[in-house]
Design a protein around this ligand. Structure first.
Ligand SMILES: Cc1cc2nc3c(=O)[nH]c(=O)nc-3n(C[C@H](O)[C@H](O)[C@H](O)COP(=O)(O)OP(=O)(O)OC[C@H]3O[C@@H](n4cnc5c(N)ncnc54)[C@H](O)[C@@H]3O)c2cc1C
Ligand code: FES
Length: 358
């Protein structure tokens, strides 16, 4: 591959890692903590976030990175919630070894999970497990907006001991008793209503929605893939329009996407990428992903999971074409606009122009 940088085309900085000090580690449950970061005043603008966004985090000098959703309301200090995944390398290290005062490298916030929230009057949220993290930020932001009439939030956990941010959710309910409908489903703990004591299937979701929640004009679902799929399918089956249902996955359980077939006769591809206001041009083999090729020239190209889940590597194809293997992190209207996950994309034309800043 040859590379040529053709100079700045604007003033945008792409997502960038900065070392941030962890100033507080709060125990949320036996297996989850909230980390509060200190953001220096000169970086406050870069770390401004909208509710629903996430940050990639890595240990200094280590390329391994993981995404964590910001759980703070806008204007509050930057905070993320981390739940231990059994055998998990990063979450295990955070829970077992991280201490206040340690530094982590944190990427400036990305993600569009909450993009459709402004303008809604009656947003509805369904969270399962650690999926409450972005939803806490979004529900708090919605409740502080006087134009929002009501917020409906269903939080699904095994037992009360497993509920992340239990006290903060209770405080929100105390502050907004009329406008917040908060429903805790505890799948391994008996409650008065049998409906709220089992893992809800599609029928359970419909019953919870019709019996306990009011009208909702936009849905946000976050949690394990199985639960998100069940809830989404139940809403669609009840006639709710797909465009009003927004999802965020933390992990895809499905087998990795299969390798894409090669395009006959296409070997070497000319690529131009605009990233952080700078254009980079390079040639790459048609058999690799555009992200892997770009990383050889632009070590700052944003990514986290490389599995099609987090959306950190998103860019828009403005010329040429690519084929995408997995696209968990994109909504249909984003795909229609030409957005792709570059970690999942292989070129299918001999010239491709990508805009990471679009
Ligand atoms: C957009 C986004 C936002 C996220 N926000 C949060 C958050 O706010 N809080 C939070 O705790 N996590 C969040 N995650 C998940 C997080 O990025 C890591 O995947 C998680 O902490 C596990 O990392 P690990 O290194 O401990 O596990 P790994 O060592 O990467 O994985 C260990 C094993 O667990 C499996 N695995 C990995 N992640 C999960 C998962 N989430 N569920 C089930 N199995 C898994 C792996 O396939 C592997 O078999 C988010 C992920 C994404 C994509
Ligand atoms: S790096 Fe996560 S979707 Fe591409």
């Amino acid at each position: 591959m040859t590379a040529l940088e053709t100079g700045r085309t604007g003033h945008l900085a792409g997502p960038t890692f900065h070392p941030l000090r962890v100033v507080e580690i709060e125990e949320l449950t036996d297996d989850a903590v909230a980390l509060r970061f200190e953001v220096p005043a000169e970086l406050a603008g870069e770390f401004a976030f909208t509710p629903g966004q996430h940050v990639a985090v890595r240990v200094p000098e280590d390329e391994e990175r993981r995404s964590y959703s910001v759980c703070s309301a806008p204007g509050a200090p930057l905070r993320v919630g981390v739940r231990r995944i059994p055998g998990g390398a990063f979450s295990g290290a955070v829970l077992d070894r991280l201490r206040p005062g340690d530094e982590l490298e944190v990427m400036t916030p990305t993600g569009r999970f909450g993009a459709a929230l402004p303008g809604l009057r009656r947003p509805g949220f369904v969270a399962a497990g650690s999926g409450i993290t972005p939803i806490l930020a979004m529900a708090t932001a919605a409740l502080t907006d006087p134009a929002v009439e009501r917020v409906s939030l269903v939080d699904i956990n095994r037992s009360q001991r497993d509920v992340m941010f239990l006290d903060e959710l209770a405080d929100l309910k105390d502050r907004y008793p009329e406008r917040l409908q908060l429903v805790h489903v505890l799948t391994r703990e008996p409650q008065e209503s049998e409906l709220l004591s089992v893992r809800p299937d599609a029928d359970g979701i419909t019953r919870i929605r019709t019996a306990l929640l009011g009208d909702v004009d936009g849905w946000f679902l976050c949690g394990p893939q199985g639960m998100v799929t069940t809830v989404r399918d139940a809403l669609l089956a009840d006639g709710i329009e797909g465009g009003s249902i927004h999802t965020e996955l933390f992990h895809a359980d499905a087998a990795p996407a299969p390798d894409l077939p090669a395009v006959p006769g296409l070997d070497s591809v000319e690529v131009e990428a605009r990233l952080g206001g700078r254009r980079s041009a390079y040639r790459m083999s048609a058999g690799e992903t555009v992200l892997d090729a770009l990383l050889r020239t632009r070590g700052d190209a944003p990514y986290a999971c490389k599995g099609g889940v987090c959306g950190t590597c998103r860019a828009r194809v403005v010329e040429g074409s690519v084929a995408m293997a997995a696209s968990w992190a994109l909504e249909p209207d984003e795909i229609a606009r030409g957005d792709v996950l570059t970690c999942q994309s292989r070129p299918t034309s001999d010239r491709v122009v990508l805009d990471y800043d679009a």
